[in-house]
Design a protein around this ligand. Structure first.
Ligand code: PRP
Length: 174
């Protein structure tokens, strides 16, 4: 991607500071307890790796992978689980970690899926929240940054599977 086609939105230093704040907040909220942190592949892997290292209580980790079907950047509403967790979550405190919430359909589906297993509690931490694009009413418990519409890449987020490795977050100029 040439320099003219993208604009920096969150530089790595701002991301690091915000992730530290979130980790501190989560550690305080769950003080004396133990968390099962569930990341949603692929996009959440970098955020989750940084976040768990800012959390000072014991964490188990696991991952799910879901696929949503529709035209490229638009979500059609059909969400399918393609890799389930391998951890028993009954009676445990669960934190879902996601890179971005857009329409809310992915997280709505996943929350329903996990609640059927009777965790003690279930909260959601998202790095980016595109609030204006919701198709279902959905609130995350912890939000890194709220953003406007626009296509963002980097820090785990992709465009056609590219640019996940960028340490900063960019918005692609349309
Ligand atoms: C992206 C993102 C979220 C989902 C959010 O995943 O990582 O999981 O879309 O959209 P929604 O709120 O409209 O459901 P994507 O399907 O691009 O997969 P990826 O994580 O592998 O990039």
């Amino acid at each position: 991607m040439d320099e003219m086609s993208r604009k920096i939105l969150f530089p790595r230093a701002a991301i690091q500071k915000r992730v530290q704040e979130l980790g501190g907040q989560i550690s305080g909220d769950y003080a004396g307890r133990e968390l099962v942190v569930i990341g949603i592949l692929k996009g959440a892997f970098i955020f989750m790796a940084d976040l768990i290292r800012e959390i000072s209580i014991p964490c188990n980790i696991d991952f799910v992978r879901v696929a949503s079907y529709g035209a490229s950047s638009e979500n059609s509403g059909k969400v399918v689980m393609t890799k389930d967790i391998e951890t028993s979550i009954k009676g445990r405190d669960i934190l879902i970690v996601e890179d971005i919430v857009d329409t809310g359909l992915t997280l709505q589906y996943l929350v329903g899926w996990l609640k059927e297993r009777n965790p003690h509690s279930l909260k959601i931490c998202v790095f980016l929240d595109k609030r204006k694009r919701r198709k279902v009413s959905f609130e995350a418990d912890y939000v890194g940054f709220t953003i406007d519409d626009g296509f963002v890449v980097g820090y785990g987020l992709d465009f056609n599977e590219q640019y996940r490795f960028f340490p900063d977050v960019y918005v692609i100029k349309q």
